[in-house]
Design a protein around this ligand. Structure first.
Ligand SMILES: [Zn+2]
Length: 347
């Protein structure tokens, strides 16, 4: 959810991906996939569509002279996008939903879909077997009474509580106002997913003035996990780029999961491989890393995100099976029937 951008177009300018290629003996994973990080957005959620999006996002604004207004630079870039990997967002809600479902079908995937109740209903009706409803939430737009939230979670078939986007509102991961919601999640035994990590480049200058980098640090979750040991938590975007801190947290709190949340296209692939994914796997955490595309309003990012993980030359087939499916199925506590159905599904 590098998304709470009531405005537009952050973007772009090129960027060639790194030169790491798939080795001959690097077996591709072809089984079912769970995408832990989808959003039920309106087509104009990030700005008037169609909006161009170039990856990797870290190179979208390569340098910036502050005598110019930042938004002017962003808008100018979006008028003439030029890059190797350019995506355009669909123009209508219907098209966004259709293209998302097409991507999920093409890659034999289902997705945890984060959104507001009404939009979740529209999206899941279009493909009930493809989406797992997840309720998005943040304290920044007002606290919902616990009883009301409890009713929504129980009656709307909500399976995950997230994406929790407090960071975009300058609210720390351990803010005490979250206590009553953590308690509710434990009571209902519902998994939670919280955003920790980068927003779009220049986030505080373009629609989320209270976004702060410092709240990406996973160490700030420590008191929450100590206080609520029964909480089933996933850190979305794995608190990037605070990899060492995330590894320290995963070591001490073996119940803590992470999702990859689009970071495979946020940075150049070579950097993501070498300094993020390879490091997390080398540290021993391939059983708690979950795939996530964070495709927002660009469904093509789903396939690209899957390909980047599948092409990682250092991952074994077993590690890919875990990252693409097994870890999320365990975190979400899928039944044996659900797991069997996923493996028997014909794309
Ligand atoms: Zn996010």
């Amino acid at each position: 959810m590098r998304y709470y951008i009531p405005i537009l177009l952050f973007l772009i300018q090129t960027a060639a991906f790194g030169q790491i290629t798939n080795s001959q003996d690097n077996l591709a994973y072809t089984g079912p996939i769970i995408d832990m990080h989808l959003h039920a957005f309106h087509a104009d959620a990030i700005g008037p569509p169609p909006i161009p999006f170039c990856v990797p996002a870290s190179t979208s604004i390569q340098h910036f002279d502050p005598r110019v207004d930042y938004m002017e630079v962003v808008v100018e870039n979006s008028k003439n996008p030029s890059c190797n990997d350019l995506f355009w967002s669909p123009k209508t809600d219907e098209e966004l939903i259709r293209q998302t479902i097409n991507q999920l079908e093409k890659y034999n995937a289902i997705g945890v879909l984060s959104g507001e109740v009404e939009l979740l209903s529209t999206w899941t009706k279009a493909a009930p077997d493809r989406f797992i409803p997840s309720l998005e939430f943040n304290l920044g737009t007002g606290e919902i009474p616990v009883d009301s939230l409890k009713t929504i979670l129980r009656t709307q078939n909500i399976k995950v509580f997230g994406e929790i986007g407090n960071q975009y509102y300058g609210i720390a991961p351990n803010d005490p106002r979250m206590d009553k919601y953590w308690e509710l999640a434990v009571e209902l035994d519902i998994p939670v997913a919280i955003h920790l990590g980068s927003g779009p480049p220049g986030a505080p200058y373009m629609g989320t003035p209270n976004y702060r980098v410092k709240f990406s640090n996973p160490l700030q979750l420590e008191e929450v996990l100590v206080k609520y040991p029964k909480l089933r938590m996933s850190v979305m975007h794995y608190g990037e780029p605070f990899i060492d801190e995330m590894i320290a947290m995963m070591y001490t709190y073996p119940q803590l999961y992470i999702d990859l949340g689009g970071i495979m296209w946020t940075y150049p692939k070579a950097y993501f491989y070498e300094y993020h994914l390879k490091k997390l796997v080398a540290a021993g955490y391939s059983k708690r890393i979950m795939f996530g595309s964070d495709s927002m309003t660009w469904p093509g990012l789903i396939g690209m995100s899957i390909d980047i993980i599948n092409e990682a030359p250092f991952l074994s087939l077993e590690e890919k099976e875990d990252i693409f499916y097994n870890n999320a199925a365990r975190f979400l506590r899928f039944s044996e029937e659900q797991i069997a159905a996923d493996h028997n599904r014909k794309q």
